[in-house]
Structures are given as C-alpha cells and as structure tokens.
Design a protein around this ligand. Structure first.
Ligand code: RNT
Ligand code: ZN
Length: 419
C-alpha cells in the first residue's frame, strides 16, 4: 500500500466516522453490487456473425485505431479493461458475438455451442454473463422491423431467435451459477408518420407472447424488455415505446429495462426507478450518457449517475435493479471507454454507500428539509477519492492516475499492430 494512499484513507475514515459512516462496511457493500460490462464497446457493435453495417437506428461515430477485429482481440481487450476495474463485474454479451467457427447457421438456430467459448472465458474470470438477442444488423431485418414485421417469414425468424436466446441465457446461468439477465431490445418503428400503429403493436405483442409463453428458467434467466423514444431513421414511431415496454413487462411479469438515453432530454431515469418498481419485481438499467440525443457517450460521473445509484442503494434496491452499461464511442481508446465508464459507475455506487444516508433520510422524516439539503450538499465534498484509491489498492487495481499509462502501453504494444 502506498504511503499517501494509506494516509489519505486514515483521514477519510475519520471524516466519514464524524458523519456517522462506517467506511469498511460501505466499501464492502459497494464492492459486492454487480455491474454488467457490455461487450460491444470493444468493436463498435460489429459482432462476429457477418454484419457489414450497423442498422436498427443506432450509430457509432469515430475511427480511433485499434478496434478489436475478432474473438481473440476482443477477449484480450476485455481482460485488459477488467484488470483496471474493481468490484463484481459481469459480462453483457450480444447474440451477434456468436463463435460459429465456419459453421453455416443463422440466428434462429444458435445454441449454447456458439457461445460456449464465451462461457469458458468468463468462468475462468469468476464472472457471470448477461445476454441480448440481436435484432439489428442482419439480412432478415425488414428494414428496421423485426418482431413487428408484416412479413410472416421474417417475423417467425425473429421469434425463433428470441426463443434460442432464452435457452442460451438459461445455460449461461446454469454453467456460471449466477443469474443471466436477457434483454430484448427491438428497434422496430418507422421513419415517417405511421397510421396503423395498432397493427404494428399487435404483431409485436403476438411475437413477444410466443417468445415468453414458456415460463421456464425465468428465475435464473429473467427477461427484460427495453423501451426507446426514437432512433436514427426511426424518428416518427417506435413500436416498443416506454408505455408499451413498461405495460408489457407489468402484464407479463417481466423485467423492465430503462436506458438512460431513451427518454426526452429533461426526463430523468433516476426519477423513474421507484415508480416502476411499484409494478414490476425487477428492472434493468442501461446506463449511458445521452448528449442532446441517444448519443451513447461514455458514462460520466455526473449528477444523474449519482442520483440513480443513490436511489438504488438508499432504498435497498440492489437485489431488484440489475445494473448494466450501454455506450459505444469509437473516437477515443475503446479500452479507456470501458475503464472510465465502469469506474465511474463503481465510484457512484461507492459514493452512495458512503453517504450519511440514514441521517439524510431521518432529517426528511422529521420534516427538517434544511438539514436534508445541507447534508445532501456536504456529502458532495466528503473524501470519496481517498476511499476510492484505497479500495482500488486493496483489490490490486490501479488507483486514479495510474491506469491510463497502462492503457497507453497496451495501445503501443497491441492496438497499434491492428489495422
Ligand atoms: C439501442 C439500445 C440497445 C443497444 C444494445 C447494443 O438504443 O440501447 O440496448 O444499445 O443492445
Ligand atoms: Zn440500451
């Protein structure tokens, strides 16, 4: 342990003790909350199953050198990022990252075989794995339609894909002994005004009902439905809007997925957490950073991230809210993207655990809103950084200021050799 880190920690422990907070307990709590790291930041959502372009109304911008081109490179990059991220991490995989090894089979035929190499990879690292059917970047997409396509052949293809993904996710959970959340996001919608919105939603509902009719493994592989406001080229009508997704999840006892980039600019997901949890047992978060639109910038340690983590931790919702990240930035080093975003999520969790939340809540209960505001404000400058550095060091993870040179070195040794 470096001397200044130890000294900083002793000071921080003192300051927090004065605020009535047990630092060791808070660190252990923050460390144990899982955060799911999305595989798709590493290769700009390209995947391995043959897509030549990204469709579905999502977009990656930038052309920073060194993008992972295959399974080996993506694994190496993920491992590098993980060596710089403390805490319980899961890997969040998309079905388009199937390892086919030359076998000719399509998304409606995938089985655990195409993902066993991924399971082996995360098992070695002691991690769990979440999963996503991939309803984009594929020739069977009907434009931007999948499960709501009027083309019955295409609709059936995507229903089968959903069913296969549920089987695969359940297998992840069994082999890894940790729940696997399976998230369904469909980009379905129209560029211009849609007049028979009912027909699209009826087909979507029929498809989802077919996929979720079989209720087996819902305990170990809970399924989530992700809502969205609009996409690029899907501006006028989104089939799985927020009301649709939430309604479907409530009615069918599924998990509700809220992506922080999928709402109107002044709408905050932090304000929705305890509202939504009145009606569903669990929710999934896709934490992103929307800049003016669903831009998927790297997650920053901003007020909204902190508010989300405060809501979860202060209301003891850790077991009901699955936390995942969802962003893709190709304009800067991609491994730094993972590292910065994941470390920020964990910092916000740590800050939530370290805050004197009991006193804040007590002030509120007593109607002392003055004290509530004073404590909320003072909490912002408590010595979080000193505890963070100490936490990283005890986990064998580089403290702030120390991880970036390691990424720069990796860029020189590995990434610069890819072109
Ligand atoms: C798209 C959704 C979705 C995707 C990933 C790749 O707007 O947020 O979650 O980002 O599935
Ligand atoms: Zn998302």
């Amino acid at each position: 342990m470096k001397k200044n880190v130890q000294k900083g920690f002793e000071y921080a422990k003192d300051v927090y003790a004065q605020a009535g907070v047990d630092v060791e307990k808070a660190v252990a709590q923050a460390d144990s909350i899982p955060v799911s790291m999305h595989c798709w930041q590493g290769d700009d959502v390209t995947g391995f199953d043959g897509a030549d372009s990204l469709t579905g109304g999502i977009a990656v911008t930038g052309n920073y050198p060194g993008k992972a081109r295959n399974f080996e490179e993506l694994k190496a990059d993920i491992k590098k990022a993980l060596s710089l991220i403390p805490g319980q991490t899961k890997l969040n995989l998309h079905a388009s990252y199937a390892i086919k090894d030359g076998r000719k089979l399509d998304r409606d035929q995938y089985t655990i075989r195409e993902f066993q190499p991924w399971v082996d990879f995360v098992k070695d690292l002691g991690m769990g794995m979440d999963f996503n059917p991939t309803y984009f970047s594929h020739p069977m997409m009907d434009g931007n339609l999948s499960l709501s396509s009027p083309d019955e052949g295409k609709r059936r293809f995507w229903v089968e894909h959903g069913k296969r993904c549920r089987e695969i996710g359940a297998e992840f959970a069994k082999q890894l002994n940790k729940p696997s959340v399976i998230n369904f996001w469909m980009p379905d919608g129209t560029k211009d005004t849609c007049v028979n919105t009912v027909a699209f939603r009826e087909r979507m509902t029929r498809s989802l009902d077919e996929i979720f009719a079989d209720r087996t493994h819902m305990d170990i592989a809970p399924c989530a439905v992700e809502s969205k406001l609009f996409g690029v080229g899907v501006e006028s009508f989104t089939v799985v809007s927020h009301e649709y997704a939430l309604g479907y999840a409530i009615k069918n006892n599924l998990t509700a997925c809220l992506d922080t980039g999928h709402f109107h600019p002044t709408e905050m997901v932090s304000a929705k957490v305890t509202a939504v949890l009145n009606f569903v047992n669990s929710m999934l978060l896709h934490i992103s950073r929307p800049v003016r639109w669903d831009s998927d910038h790297v997650v920053a340690l901003d007020d909204e991230l902190q508010r989300i983590m405060d809501e979860i931790v202060w209301n003891q919702l850790e077991k009901r809210v699955f936390i995942g990240l969802d962003f893709f930035d190709a304009s800067i080093n991609r491994i730094a993207c993972w590292t910065i975003g994941m470390r920020n999520a964990r910092k916000a969790l740590l800050s939530a655990c370290l805050a004197p939340s009991n006193d804040i809540r007590m002030a509120e209960a007593e109607g002392d809103d003055t004290t509530r505001l004073a404590l909320l404000e003072e909490r912002k400058t408590l010595p979080l950084g000193a505890v963070w550095d100490y936490y990283c060091e005890t986990k064998g993870i580089p403290a702030d200021g120390e991880w970036l040179p390691l990424i720069k070195q990796y860029e020189k040794d590995e990434l610069s050799k890819r072109n």
